[in-house]
Write a protein that binds this ligand. Structure first.
Ligand SMILES: [Zn+2]
Length: 177
């Protein structure tokens, strides 16, 4: 049973896809994964986490250059990434706007049914799709065939494993290795 919400957003409760309910106060900015009472680990993402948590900075730059954002969240970032994940996996992602609770240090939190390793793979797969879409719209056959050739040798699982090994995932201000 979810606890009643307190006016003003304080002590808001997040109903997870697995059925457990967790107070948003449980999540802090340094958290990447939540060990849930259901026995699983769920990935935790906040708006303050940089997209470089998932892919290298140069790729983030490419995304910012190629993807037009039509909303008011500014250049392509974690908000947009998690928006795409939510769109693809509506049953597996919950989010909460906690902007009214400034003590938390973040304004949005997403929790997924899958763990942070699986989320990482999902995000990278979606980024590859986004880039493929962007390249195909560039109407440059050479760019498209180059991209397809590059992607033939790209293994999401290997990339994710390597990237996670090279990165320090303990702090909120982690940078690419
Ligand atoms: Zn759970």
């Amino acid at each position: 049973m979810a606890e009643p919400r307190v006016p003003g957003g304080r002590g808001a409760t997040l109903d997870l896809p697995c059925g457990e309910s967790v107070k948003t106060r449980t999540f802090d900015m340094g958290m990447r994964e939540y060990d849930c009472d259901c026995g699983d680990s769920h990935a935790v993402v906040m708006d303050v986490h940089p997209p470089s948590r998932f892919v290298p900075e140069f790729l983030v730059d490419v995304l910012r250059e190629t993807i037009d954002t039509t909303d008011d969240h500014g250049e392509f970032g974690t908000m947009h990434l998690m928006g795409v994940v939510l769109e693809e996996f509506p049953e597996d992602v919950v989010s909460e706007d906690v902007a009214e609770d400034p003590d938390l240090g973040y304004a949005m939190v997403w929790v997924t049914d899958f763990d942070s390793r699986r989320l990482h793979e999902v995000v990278v797969e979606l980024i590859v799709e986004l880039m493929e879409h962007a390249v195909s719209h560039a109407a440059d056959d050479d760019a498209m065939s180059q991209f397809e050739a590059d992607m033939l040798n790209f293994d999401v699982s290997t990339f994710v494993e390597q990237y996670r090994r090279e990165r320090d995932f303990t702090g909120p201000h982690d940078r690419p290795a």
